[in-house]
Design a binder for this molecule. Structure first.
Ligand code: SF4
Length: 311
């Protein structure tokens, strides 16, 4: 499977099957906290980045086996609204399954009436809103220069008024970047304009794209929650959860693969039948544990075990 990954267990969405609509990593933002690393294709061009027919075929195959899925979640290797056939994909999916459809998006393309229309048949949209001033927006999300936060907030506002599904707004707080009292006040005003069904607070609990993107503490998070109001909840997982038996197996497979030969994320994903996002998760874990290291060769980044020094 190239475009379908999981199912992954998530606190918010239960058992969620991921649907990836863009190549790794196409996005109109380059967030400093992005767990996928830096954006390699920064664009707002909407086109069929990956074949929707292929996505649908893979999805049908996956769903034909006996999975109990709570959500089909359009997210993955970048920004799903960049795929120009996203609306068609959602409509097609709704014709062959009753599983609810969620779209995780950075929300920037909700400035476009066409994109708002394409999302109408989904059941849940989880857009991000990490800043409400242009200055903080540029610092935390590093968007394409043409994207103005005021227009993004207005897009969310218009969308929420016409959309029949649920909107859960996610705010990622980065220490010293978008957590000042002034910025939080602006975010609060934007929330009251958009009126989402929920506001979900998160912080940098997974390895970020930039080492300087640091989390806020649990205490600070609780204060922000009280400040932003009642519909707000904390979704950051401050202590890591225990890996599942399947995750143990996948990590072991990656470790064994790398002991045979150095490999890129793509080699590992293709060789072990994993989605690149999953491969990255395990690579980060092995890197943090000091077991593997990366070396660059040409345009590629290879991972290999760290050799112990001979005494
Ligand atoms: S919007 Fe999402 S995918 Fe894009 S850079 Fe930010 S966190 Fe990464």
């Amino acid at each position: 499977m190239q475009h379908i990954y999981g199912p992954v267990s998530s606190r918010r969405l239960g058992l969620s099957l991921g649907v990836d609509m863009v190549p790794f990593k196409a996005c109109n933002f380059d967030c400093i906290y992005c767990q996928l690393g830096r954006t390699t294709i920064q664009t707002e061009q909407r086109r069929e980045w990956v074949s929707v027919d292929e996505v649908i075929d893979e999805l049908k195959t996956t769903l034909s086996s006996d999975h109990k899925i709570d959500y089909l979640t359009f997210s993955g290797s970048g920004e799903p609204t960049l795929n120009s056939r996203l609306g068609e994909a959602i409509k097609t999916v709704k014709r062959f399954t009753s599983i609810p459809v969620a779209v995780l998006t950075n929300g920037a393309l909700l400035r476009s009436a066409e994109v708002r229309e394409e999302l109408m048949e989904s059941d849940l949209i989880v857009p991000s809103l990490d800043a409400a001033s242009q200055r903080a927006f540029e610092k935390v999300n590093r968007p394409l220069p043409s994207i103005r936060i005021e227009e993004v907030i207005e897009g969310l506002n218009v969308f929420k008024k016409i959309y029949q599904g649920k909107v859960w707004l996610e705010i990622m707080l980065v220490n010293g970047v978008n957590d000042s009292p002034d910025e939080l006040q602006r975010i609060k005003e934007a929330i009251s304009r958009i009126a989402p069904h929920k506001v979900q607070l998160n912080t940098v609990v997974r390895p970020p794209s930039e080492a300087y993107a640091l989390p806020i503490t649990r205490e600070e998070m609780d204060k922000v929650k009280v400040f932003l109001g009642r519909q707000c909840e904390v979704i950051a997982r401050f202590s890591p959860r225990e890996p599942t038996p399947l995750e143990h197996q996948q990590e072991k497979a990656i470790w064994e693969f790398l002991q045979r030969r150095p490999a890129t994320v793509k080699d590992l994903a293709n060789g072990l039948g994993l989605h690149p996002n999953e491969a990255i998760k395990f690579i980060r874990k092995l890197t943090d544990a000091g077991k593997i290291e990366a070396i660059s060769f040409g345009d590629n980044r290879y991972y290999m075990p760290i050799k112990k020094k001979e005494k």
